[in-house]
Design a protein around this ligand. Structure first.
Ligand SMILES: NC(=O)c1ccc[n+]([C@@H]2O[C@H](COP(=O)([O-])OP(=O)(O)OC[C@H]3O[C@@H](n4cnc5c(N)ncnc54)[C@H](OP(=O)(O)O)[C@@H]3O)[C@@H](O)[C@H]2O)c1
Length: 333
């Protein structure tokens, strides 16, 4: 049995695809989503046209950690701030030999789980695509990318079911480059949250794209010094800032696909601010600041973004124009 622990957008989608193709799955999450999923079941769609349903009678969605007791495989899908708590709750209930995968953004969530789960195997995973909850149990996978995971012999019994679910596990010996490549893309989450506009509006404006480029260039220079090579996602990571900085008309031609997104989609950091939740800023841009510190350097652009998002969490501005934010980041630089 597979347990999805912290079933929200990612957990319901990944677990839902597995359940829709015959895997035995239990979801553990909050009462609000439990009510939604128990009322409607799950409806899973993707950008390629996949359309699957799990009827409400067949979804097991629990709110008690004890539901993870029988799982052979546990997929942890809480936001980074919830990782330690999830590990603490799982420690007394996991059965011997259960394998745990952290399917979270950031760099160190698997380590945080390992500290809470001594003697267990916890693997680093990464979800390369985006998922939005459209309400009434509907979860949409709206972008390219798959599931990456640290290779381990314990994955063998599960490879076929993930492949059958349309989400094959791409196994990596070293996940560091994969995690950093995703983190580079996620540096935009802060900018989108501070802009307070949908991603499509934000990415259509050169000044916002220049902000993303500043944050990415700062991180890429530090990664070079640290001898860390981020893996290629859609493009080689070093080309992305150059592409982001071109004028709007050129960007529309060169990167039309990047703008082919749901006109209402926003970053999950914007959603967190709206909902009054702590954001993942410290696990994303905060990691660039920590990498700089470890090298005896500074990361003023990402440091300023961390500060602005922390201010926004406390009620500060979430309506920056591209020009205002660019000026702010350039002066920090
Ligand atoms: N959404 C995406 O498109 C996407 C894409 C790639 C990667 N990711 C990453 O994947 C991770 C999950 O993101 P998400 O968007 O799926 O987050 P999410 O929608 O907030 O889902 C996490 C759910 O877990 C619940 N939760 C937290 N602690 C729990 C606990 N101890 N027991 C039971 N439930 C708990 C949360 O409730 P509370 O809100 O009450 O804490 C929330 O409902 C993050 O690291 C994110 O950065 C997300």
């Amino acid at each position: 049995m597979i347990c999805v622990y912290g079933a929200g957008s990612i957990g319901c989608y990944v677990g839902g695809r597995l359940a829709a193709t015959g895997s035995k799955v239990v979801f553990v999450g909050r009462p609000r989503l439990a009510a939604e999923v128990r009322a409607h079941g799950l409806h899973l769609t993707d950008w390629r046209g996949a359309d699957l349903r799990v009827p409400k009678e067949q979804v097991r969605f629990e709110t008690d950690p004890g539901a993870a007791r029988d799982a052979d495989l546990v997929l942890v899908t809480v936001k980074s701030a919830g990782t330690e708590g999830a590990g603490r709750e799982l420690a007394p209930v996991l059965k011997a030999g259960a394998l745990v995968i952290s399917f979270q953004n950031g760099l160190h969530n698997a380590e945080v789980l390992r500290a809470q789960l001594p003697g267990r195997t916890v693997l680093t995973g990464m979800v390369e695509f985006n998922v939005v909850n459209r309400g009434a149990g509907a979860f949409h996978h709206g972008s390219e990318g798959g599931l990456a995971v640290e290779d381990h012999a314990g994955l063998a019994p599960h490879l076929v079911e993930f492949a059958d679910a349309g989400l094959p596990l791409t196994r990596h010996r070293d996940m560091r480059g994969v995690l950093w490549a995703k983190l580079l893309l996620n540096l935009n989450n802060a900018i989108n949250a501070l802009a307070g506009v949908p991603l499509k509006d934000e990415l259509s404006q050169r000044a916002f794209r220049q902000c993303i480029a500043l944050a990415q260039e700062e991180a890429l220079a530090l990664l070079d010094s640290a001898n860390i090579t981020p893996t290629r996602l859609k493009l080689p990571p070093k080309l992305i800032p150059t592409l982001l900085k071109v004028p709007d008309a050129v960007f529309r031609v060169l990167a039309g696909k990047m703008l082919a997104i749901d006109p209402l989609a926003r970053s999950s950091m914007w959603e967190d601010l709206q909902a009054g939740r702590a954001t993942e800023i410290d696990w994303l841009n905060g990691e660039v600041v920590r990498l700089a510190q470890s090298l005896g350097r500074q990361a003023p652009v990402n440091g300023r973004l961390v500060a602005l998002v922390l201010e926004a969490e406390k009620g500060g501005r979430r309506d920056w124009t591209g020009e205002e934010l660019l000026k702010e980041l350039r002066s920090a630089q």
